[in-house]
Write a protein that binds this ligand. Sequence first.
Ligand code: PRP
Length: 218
Amino acid sequence: MTEEKISEQLLTVAMPKGRIFDEAVALLRKANYPLPPEFDESRKLIIESPEAGMRFILAKPMDVPTYVEHGVADVGVAGKDVLIEEKRDVYEVLDLKISECYMAVAALPSYNPNADIAPKIASKYPNLASSYFREQGEQVEIIKLNGSIELAPIIGLADRIVDIVSTGRTLKENGLVEIETMMPITSRFIVNPVSYRTKSVQIDDMVARITKVVEGGE
Ligand code: PRP
């Protein structure tokens, strides 16, 4: 078999760069996937691990479901926050129980929710935020930002923010307070629906190995 043919058979795994990455790599290593040392030091965006039968692509967390939906990645690791926001056509097959955090509404302590008719809400998650407030029956204006969301109320761009809270440090150090807890968030294992059929042996094996680690709490 040619090298190209062998590489075609690799399972392509989309990994989120950033805060989830280290925990996701640790989880795969616990599941006995021999991940190359490049994972720890390289800036490469594609890392092949023929021994593990895998090719990894290192993507922005918000883009992982996009790669998986389009089938250029067979499987991936994505936060529940991203899955709710992006609504991509992927199977969410396993709660990895890593990168635990939650989604919350926050504001300055002086903020009076009753004083606003159509409050401005800044968020990296415009779809999630607008469906949340729609369900609450509250009319709001959503302002999409790409990060450093906590700046928005301080600088007067928004009245409230919708963002993830992990340790709570960012809110605290920027003088904001949480006013509503919205939903718990963890990372999920997602699968492309076509790959689930065509590469079922590899994917089922991966799901079984990871499930064992997640359930064993190793
Ligand atoms: C996330 C989130 C909060 C912060 C919460 O930002 O948007 O700002 O982490 O974490 P904490 O509760 O532990 O302080 P991230 O670091 O991903 O960067 P960003 O501002 O670019 O979104």
